[in-house]
Design a binder for this molecule. Structure first.
Ligand code: NAP
Length: 242
């Protein structure tokens, strides 16, 4: 069976490694091409969009793909919606590999998007750690009274004036997250509710330091079969995607 793995997450990288070790499935990893230097993968990799749901449906037929695993980030809602539509159109089996959302602690605030997160920081100037990804940084220009420390893999094009950029790639260790928050005298942390282990140390560091968090709620999951760990997704693939 030919498999298309929609990636861009550490779970997709783990699944790519497991598929490459076994070698009995012809799998291709697909990346959007957002990061300048993506981590190396042991699977053949294609980079760039498909041209919407129609383009993806065509790719699936042209390449005789038998199953798709959508292991994109929980906030990559457009790609996931396209995968549902294209797989239905091309008659290809689809499963989602994702992570459960993080639990919201007492005193933390949940919001719907980056614009609401910027508002939730309040009127008084604060020192804010932004870990929302470079594409969402621009929303915080609406709240210029704060000092932002923005941590991302690549530098954002659009960001609030005076923001300090810290370039780093997950996974992040608790000691490093604590050091980042204390050295920059952070008063509040903003994050997407990405879930998973690779970036959860910031939650533990914030809790230890007694810092509040503003958490951006994730978009709802689609209707496809969903797995929360790599082994279960592998099981589905080896059962012939059923
Ligand atoms: P998105 O808004 O859902 O997708 C926008 C467009 O990018 C899609 O319509 C598709 O273009 C293309 N695309 C997205 N993922 C792709 C993939 N794996 N392979 C080929 N094309 C892809 O996604 P996004 O939020 O921009 O995220 C882009 C990528 O970064 C995703 O692969 C995701 O896993 C990863 N990522 C996202 C976040 C986040 O917070 N959003 C965080 C970490 C990693 P076409 O319509 O032309 O096919």
């Amino acid at each position: 069976m030919r498999l298309l793995l929609l990636g861009g997450t550490s779970e997709a990288s783990q699944l790519a490694r497991r598929l490459a070790e076994r070698g009995d499935i012809e799998a291709t990893l697909s990346l959007a091409g957002r990061t300048a230097r993506p981590a190396a993968s042991p699977l053949p990799t294609r980079v760039g969009g498909f041209g919407g749901a129609e383009g993806l449906a065509r790719y699936l037929s042209d390449n005789r793909i038998g199953a798709v695993i959508d292991a994109t980030h929980p906030f990559a809602a457009q790609m996931s919606a396209h995968a549902v539509a294209a797989c239905a159109q091309a008659g290809v089996a689809l499963a989602v590999l994702t992570r459960p959302p993080w639990r919201i602690e007492a005193g933390w605030r949940e919001v719907g998007d980056a614009a609401e997160a910027a508002e939730a920081l309040g009127e008084a100037p604060r020192r804010v750690l932004l870990t929302v990804g470079r594409l969402s940084a621009g929303a915080f220009r609406a709240a210029p009274q704060h000092h932002y420390v923005l941590r991302s893999i690549d530098a954002p094009d659009d960001l609030p004036a005076g923001a300090e950029i810290v370039l780093a790639r997950p996974p992040f260790a608790l000691a490093d997250e604590r050091a980042l928050m204390t050295s920059r005298r952070i008063a509040i942390v903003v994050s997407k509710n990405a879930g998973g282990e690779a970036t959860r140390a910031k939650l533990d560091a914030a809790r230890e330091l007694g810092l509040p968090m503003v958490m951006i709620r994730r978009p709802p999951l689609g209707a496809a079969t969903t797995f929360y760990d790599v082994e279960s997704a592998l099981g589905w693939i080896h059962r012939g995607a059923s």
